[in-house]
Design a protein around this ligand. Structure first.
Ligand code: GAL
Length: 407
């Protein structure tokens, strides 16, 4: 949609401010693809008559979130901030530090348009809505370099098992089988993807929804930890830090594959790589095509300034609007949070995600099932496991103890 039409549409849908109100917006979107996507949000907010002051924080969510939280609790709040869907801002909301957006949600029918409804549930505390969901990201994808397999003369793997089976040929060709960055959340993400792919959805739900510790300690999950031990070997030569550096190893055909969320799409797009032609995406690692509705939402700290508060509410409405949803999600590689928009420009991988979403093969994101403390401990265990030669059985036993602490 052309910017001029977009401006007209937005003027019609939100009250145009007399003069631009500046809002500082913090987020951790600093990779090429992420920056291209967040630029769409800034452009739309500026075009609507207000002013987006970008507060990008490098280092990923694990670095950014403590900074965001300490600014809000320390009396130096920003105008808006990214958090993931789930419980990350719950304590801030319960402390009365965050702006109630229920009036914006009601005026714009969020309850009818946001899909799946679980995204809005994650924003709702005591019946009030405190965040604007902006996308659906699913971590459970395997991204493959077609060229690595074409050069070896073998077919691109159709699933995780074929990927592991052909890894010796990839290594013999001097390539890294699995690219993985050295940050806690990345090894945790890979483990999360393997849970559903290798153990299956029933076992995943037994553990993460029903909190069944017998299943967590049982044979299905023993296979998951064995797969993680396989992956650890295949990623041994991946020495990069950030997730997008690992994606770049696949883009430049130095590595055969990466388990990463579909935000990796943004990197392939910025590198002008074409889904299906240059790279292959396997949701559910090609084994169990379920996607969890992770992703991002924006929260708005109370600023005790009526003019700023009005601008915060204008921004919240804008983020959920159809035009911004299309412009942002196409660049971000994520799926929109509403089902009533035209994503005809979506590429093969996004179309796969939309089909899975439409088919209802959705699992609630892990963020929504375990409290942040349990998640942190599980992350730390994964870092220890992936950096050591800890046996799979020992890792499974330790993991079960961590989950039990969150019951
Ligand atoms: C996730 C976030 C994504 C992406 C990713 C890597 O938590 O939902 O939008 O940015 O981090 O930074």
């Amino acid at each position: 949609m052309k910017l001029t039409k977009l401006t007209a549409a937005l003027c019609a849908s939100v009250a145009m401010p007399a003069m631009a109100t500046e809002l500082e917006v913090t987020h951790w979107w600093t990779s090429g693809g992420e920056a291209a996507a967040v630029a769409e949000l800034a452009k739309a907010f500026d075009a609507s008559g207000d002013k987006w002051i970008d507060g990008a924080i490098a280092g990923g969510g694990g670095t950014a979130r403590p900074i965001m939280i300490s600014r809000i609790t320390g009396g130096d709040p920003m105008g808006a901030t990214q958090f993931n869907h789930g419980q990350q801002a719950l304590e801030l909301v319960e402390a009365g530090l965050m702006l109630d957006l229920t009036d914006v949600a009601e005026a714009n029918n969020w309850k009818e348009i946001v899909y799946p409804p679980s995204l809005l549930d994650a924003c709702t505390v005591d019946g009030k809505i405190y965040c604007a969901p902006v996308n659906i990201h699913s971590p459970e994808w395997l991204w493959l370099s077609n060229k690595v397999y074409e050069d070896i003369g073998i077919p691109v793997p159709k699933d995780w098992n074929e990927f592991v089976a052909t890894a010796p040929q990839v290594e013999a060709a001097g390539k890294i089988p699995l690219a993985l960055g050295n940050q806690p959340w990345q090894s945790n993400l890979a483990f999360g993807a393997m849970q559903i792919a290798v153990a299956g959805l029933d076992a995943w739900k037994a553990v993460n929804v029903d909190k069944n510790m017998d299943v967590a300690a049982g044979p299905e999950y023993a296979k998951v930890f064995q797969a993680a031990a396989d992956a650890r070997k295949l990623a041994a030569k991946s020495t990069v830090q950030d997730w997008n550096q690992a994606t770049n190893l696949v883009i430049t055909d130095e590595a055969a594959g990466q388990i990463m969320g579909d935000w990796a799409q943004g990197e392939f797009q910025v590198a002008n790589e074409v889904a299906g032609k240059d790279y292959t995406c396997l949701p559910g690692l090609g084994l169990n095509e379920y996607i969890s509705t992770g992703g991002d939402a924006f929260y708005f700290p109370k600023l005790d300034d009526p003019e700023k508060e009005a601008a915060q509410k204008r921004l919240a409405a804008l983020l959920v609007s159809p035009e911004v949803q299309v412009a942002f999600n196409l660049k971000k590689g994520s799926l929109p949070i509403r089902g009533d928009i035209d994503l005809s420009a979506a590429n093969d991988c996004m179309k796969k995600g939309l089909e899975i979403l439409a088919g209802g093969n959705i699992v609630p994101s892990g963020d929504m099932n375990w409290n942040p403390d349990v998640q942190k401990q599980a992350e730390d265990l994964m870092v220890e496991f992936w950096k050591s030669d800890m046996p799979a059985e020992e890792a499974q036993a330790k993991w079960v103890e961590i989950l039990k602490s969150g019951l």
